[in-house]
Design a protein around this ligand. Sequence first.
Ligand SMILES: *Cc1c(COP(=O)(O)O)cnc(C)c1O
Length: 471
Amino acid sequence: MRYISTRGGMPPKTFTEILLSGLAPDGGLAVPESYPRVSPADMEAWRHLDYQALAFQILSRFMEDIPADDLHRIIARTYTTEAFGSPDITPVRTLEPGLHILCLSNGPTLAFKDIAMQLLGNLFEYTLAKTNDELNILGATSGDTGSSAEYAMRGKRGIRVFMLSPLGKMSRFQTAQMFSLLDDNIFNIAIRGVFDDCQDIVKAVSNDRDFKQQYQIGTVNSINWARIAAQIVYYFKGYFAVTQSNDQQVSFSVPSGNFGNIFAGHVARMMGLPIKHLILATNENDVLDEFFRTGLYRPRTTAETHHTSSPSMDISKASNFERFIFDLTERDATRVRELWRSVDKGNAFDLFGTALWIKAKDFGFVSGASNHASRIETIRNLYQEYKVLVDTHTADGVKVGLEHREPGIPLICMETALPAKFAETIQEAVGIEPSRPAGFENLESLPQRFEIMDKDANAVKTFLVQKIKHH
Ligand SMILES: *Cc1c(COP(=O)(O)O)cnc(C)c1O
C-alpha cells in the first residue's frame, strides 16, 4: 500500500516515507491509494482476537513496509495492560442494552489521544533508529495533545520534544501533568502569551525551511496518518464487543474537533465494518455540525472560536476534514485543490444543492452540537441513572448520540477523556469530586521543570539550538 496526497501533487510513497512528515509537499494530506477491504472470513476471524492481534491485522494493511516481526514487537510494546489499565485496552461499559461507552481514556494522560500517540512514539523511535536520524518535535498545546505527545516520546532515543504552552492558561492538572515530566528529552516552554501566540511561533519556526532542515524539526499533529490508522482498531474492537454476529449494524457517537477520531471511523466503514451512522458531535464550536447539517463549510476566525468547558474540541477549522472531502469527490484532487484554495485563505465553501451534497448522505454521517448547559445536564443524568461519571467531551458525544439513537441499532459512545481531568465541571454538575486513577493522587505536588519565555520566535530558536547541540 502506498500513499498519495489529497491535492494530487505527490508521487506515491511508502508508509515509512510519510510517517515523519506533516503536510504533503503540495499542501495536501497523505491518504492510502485505496482502502483495504475486509472480507467476511477476516471479520469472522477478527471477532475473536485480542487487542494486540487485532491491531496487527489492521495496522499491517496500512504499514506494509514494516516487517511483520517488527510490527508485532512495536504493537506488543505499545498496547500493554500496564500502560492502558486493562488487557482489553479499550473496554466497553454497557449502560443498558443497546447503549454503550467505549472507554478510550485509560492511557497515561487519561485521554483517547494516548491510543494513537503511544504507538507513534514507538514507530518514530523504530524508524529513526533504522536511519540513524534524530527528530526534534516542536509543538504548541493548550491541553491534551501536548501531554499525550510528551508521555509518548519521553525517554525515546533520537527524539526531543519542545512543547510550547501559554503560561498560566492550562488547568492545574494539565500543567502538572506536563511540567512534572523530568526526562532529559522533554522541554516544556511556557510562553508569556495565549495559545495562538504559541502556535504562531511554531509556524514561524516551521516556515524557516533551512532551520527546519538543519535541526530536523518535526511535528506530531492530528493529520499524521499513523494516528488515524491506530484509531481504526478500536472501532473494530468496539463493534465486536457489542455484537454477536457480523451482519449486525452499530452506530458510533464521536466528540469531534479536528475530525481525526471520527475520520478513523469513516475509514473503518470504508473497509467494510457495518457502521450505520457516524454521529458527529461538536460543542459550541460547530463548524463540522454546520457542514453535516447544511453543506456549508465555514472555518471560523480566532475571535469567533469559543473557549468552552470541553476545551479539546475548541477548534476553528478541522484539519482532517480535507481527507473526507477527497473521498466524497471520489478522490478528485483537482476539485479538492480548488475547494482548499478558498479554505486556505480562511473562506468558506458551500456544497448545498450540488451532486456532492446528495452523495454525502451515503457516508453515514449525522451530527449535532452541545452547549455547556446540555453537557452539565448529560453528566448529571448519566450519574443519576447509571451511576457513571463522564467528562465534558464524552458528555457532548452522549448528548448528541442519544438524539440520533435508533431502535435495534446498538449505540457506542466514545469516551475521549476521564472526568478526573475536568474536576471543576464535574463538581458543578453533580457536586462531587471525580476520583483519580492510581498514581495521579499527588500530581500537583510533584516537582516541575519548565522554561518561561517571551513570545519571540527567535528566542525559542536559540533555545532549541542550544539544547539540540548539548543533549
Ligand atoms: C482531541 C480530543 C477530541 C477531538 O478529537 P478529534 O480527533 O480532534 O476530532 C475530543 N475529546 C478529547 C478529550 C480530545 O482530547
